[in-house]
Ligand binder design. Structure first.
Ligand code: L34
Length: 296
């Protein structure tokens, strides 16, 4: 079998068109302009590229958007004070602090400083807890993007065996939680595997839907995938630089071989990545609506 390629880039474009119309209506009918600030500490090239893409997307949708760059040496206290400035700024509905942060800064202390109502990343404990009980306002962007990919590709999750590889707070844990909730685009039987899982392949081979966020190139090979399975590759590994100077990327899945066996698969780039950015936009529109007392 040769897999259907699930184009995250294409689905992301579709959703952004929908959002663009929604933002226009918000402005005309309610005088509301969604506001997003993205805070970048240091100059990690991957982070620079992601934050730049987030700003471009925000501008293209007609948001009020601010990019704040801070040096690698900023103190935790000053970073938290900066976050507080935007907690108090009524033009800003969404605050994103790009991760990872330098090692001298306590990441969770900074994430906890974000007002949960402006937490468009869905990383604040209040929002993590709400997600767990099926009352989420803001679902973290990467897992939200994965759920949208499945929904919009018409992939049935109800009763499906989903196997997640990776247990990070950004991807593994939230996607597992999302897909086991009651409801549309969920209702799955979820297994979460990680670095201490005894026989990884034994689990992955059972999956109807295999979601890989291992952070390791080619962690999943063809022999680990069931014939016809849906494979979602969350990995974005930088494996060199092309002649044109652009970063060469690969996922966590051995794409060339797995695509001959899977029923559907997401590419890297052009799969989950663009969806992550789009879900940030969706969450920011939602935050703006909630702040204005409009039903989201
Ligand atoms: N706070 N930090 C916070 N929120 C997030 O949701 C993120 N993440 C992860 C890293 N740190 C974060 C992102 O934004 C990963 N991530 C992310 C965002 C976008 C893309 C990949 C990861 C993306 O657009 N990837 C493109 C390729 C981009 C390139 O060429 O570098 C793709 O097609 O996969």
């Amino acid at each position: 079998m040769t897999a259907k390629i699930i184009s995250g880039a294409e689905i992301a474009r579709e959703i952004r068109e929908e959002l663009k119309r929604e933002v226009a209506i918000l402005g005309e009918k309610h005088g509301v302009v969604p506001g997003l600030v993205t805070i970048l500490v240091g100059e990690n090239p991957a982070s620079v590229s992601y934050v730049t893409a987030k700003q471009q997307a925000a501008k293209a949708l007609g948001f009020y958007s601010l990019q704040v760059n801070e040096p690698e040496t900023i103190s935790e206290e000053n970073l938290e004070e900066l976050v507080n400035t935007y907690n108090r700024n009524s033009l800003i509905h969404g605050i994103l602090v790009q991760l990872p942060l330098p090692s001298h800064i306590n990441e969770s202390a900074v994430l906890h400083a974000v007002d949960p109502r402006k937490d468009v990343d869905g990383f604040h404990p209040v929002n993590v807890g709400k997600l767990m009980i099926g009352e989420a306002d803001f679902i973290p962007c990467t897992p939200a993007g994965i759920q949208q990919l499945l929904l919009r590709t018409g992939i049935e999750t109800d009763g499906a065996e989903v196997v997640v590889v990776g247990r990070s707070n950004i991807v593994g844990k939230p996607i597992a939680n999302i897909l086991l909730q009651k409801g549309k685009g969920a209702n799955a039987t979820v297994t979460v595997c990680h670095t201490r899982t005894r026989n990884l392949a034994e689990h992955t081979k059972r999956a109807d839907i295999l979601i890989v966020a291992a952070g390791k190139p080619k962690a999943i090979t063809a022999d680990m995938v069931r014939e016809g399975a849906v494979v979602i590759d969350v990995g974005v590994n930088r494996i060199g630089v092309s002649e044109s100077g652009k970063a060469k990327l690969c996922g966590d899945v051995d794409f060339e071989r797995v695509k001959e066996k899977a029923g559907a698969i997401t590419p890297v780039p052009g799969g989950v990545g663009p969806m992550t950015i789009t879900m940030l936009m969706m969450n920011t529109v939602k935050a703006a609506k909630i702040a204005a007392g409009i039903k989201p």
